[in-house]
Design a binder for this molecule. Structure first.
Ligand SMILES: *Cc1c(COP(=O)(O)O)cnc(C)c1O
Length: 360
């Protein structure tokens, strides 16, 4: 039994993989694999339409007000696409930076326009998110950008810190679809699929139609949200297998009971690991301040580095993979994405207690 705590690409639901395997050689009686089919085939167009509708329904948004776009280039290309589409000459944008991914988003935006820091928690070592009083919101900003969950540091917003009066653009790569949330507040949400939604290679964008209408014309069609939307994500050949798999993951979330059920499940998993941290009275030290703790990526340190290495090695022998912290912060990181089964989190919590007993 392997427990997969990888940060991304990450664990996928077993039933989804089993179904993809069963359908791999003959999709829906067509006699060919979904991978061998034209992206203009009616079977594939139906998958794109179903995935868009399913995702909107899951997050409680309407097709009357929102669009879902399936793109490529990862969340990292979105760091550039957002300013290409929404940061024309003469305008400015505000960035809230609470970890490594927000830093990168700001760095890329600065290459293309007047992108400014609205708040940063760098001084604390990114142990917390930035809350409203510390965020400088220029009322004329074209948009405000933030990262809902900083995957590397393990800090997460548990409510939006701003009302969205200035259009809010959010990188939700590592916590999209993980719990009920106010999905209607942001004007644009983007996420690489490889944490909670499917395999790498697909990037999901959820955009308010009224905001889509404000998009500029970037220097290349492939960088345009409007072009992607107008062509229903089929302007060029999309990552067909990835979108197919993503729709299977959405069906799995539906069957579990939607975001309310998945949110409870994720809360229980995170509580098990944070409980194991707090139970040791200092042997494990959580990186995040309690109020900013991420339910998706739990980051913690041990008394010294060699012991952290031993923890990761011992865990590996017990079948728990992917626990080494990001190279930039060290320590341990347990990623608890949607598809991670609760018994995996329980197993890790038990292991943590035993390890602390042996080495504390
Ligand atoms: C993983 C991640 C990224 C980078 O995603 P790519 O798809 O590799 O470009 C960006 N932002 C966040 C919050 C992430 O977790």
């Amino acid at each position: 039994m392997i427990y997969n705590f990888n940060a991304g690409p990450a664990v996928l639901p077993q039933p989804v993989l089993a179904r993809a395997q069963a359908e791999l050689l003959d999709y829906a009686g067509t006699g060919i694999s979904i991978m061998e089919m034209s992206h203009r085939a009616k079977e594939f167009e139906a998958i794109v339409a179903a995935a868009e509708a399913r995702l909107l329904a899951l997050v409680g948004l309407s097709a009357a007000t929102h669009r879902v776009l399936f793109m490529q280039g990862g969340a990292s290309l979105q760091f550039s696409m957002v300013p290409f589409n929404y940061l024309p000459q003469g305008a400015s944008a505000a960035y809230v930076v609470t970890g490594t991914w927000g830093e990168k988003a700001l760095e890329e935006a600065k290459k293309l326009g007047d992108a400014r820091l609205a708040a940063s928690t760098a001084e604390s070592g990114y142990t917390a998110v930035a809350e409203a009083p510390s965020i400088q919101t220029p009322p004329d900003a074209a948009y405000m950008h933030l990262t809902s969950n900083e995957t590397i540091q393990g800090v997460q917003y548990h409510a939006w810190p701003v009302s969205g009066e200035v259009p809010l653009v959010v990188d939700m790569s590592s916590d999209i679809l993980s719990r009920p949330f106010a999905y209607a507040t942001p004007s644009l949400i983007y996420a690489g699929a490889q944490k909670n939604l499917g395999p790498s290679g697909v990037t999901v964008v959820i955009v308010r139609k009224a905001f889509l209408d404000l998009a500029q014309t970037p220097p290349a069609s492939m960088l345009s949200y409007a072009v992607t939307a107008k062509n229903s994500s089929l302007y060029n050949t999309p990552p067909t297998f990835g979108i197919y798999l993503l729709d299977l993951v959405l069906q799995w979330v539906e069957q579990l009971g939607g975001l309310a059920a998945i949110g409870e499940r994720n809360e229980r998993k995170a509580a098990a690991i944070y409980g194991a941290i707090d139970a040791t009275d200092g042997f494990y030290r959580g990186h995040a301040a309690p109020s900013s703790r991420s339910q998706m990526n739990v980051t913690f340190r041990l008394p010294y580095e060699a012991l952290e290495k031993q923890f990761v090695a011992d865990a590996l022998r017990a079948g728990m993979i992917g626990l080494a912290g990001h190279r930039s912060v060290g320590g341990v990181r347990a990623s608890l994405y949607n598809a991670l089964e609760p018994h995996a989190a329980d197993a890790l919590a038990t292991f943590m207690g035993d390890f602390a007993d042996r080495n504390g």
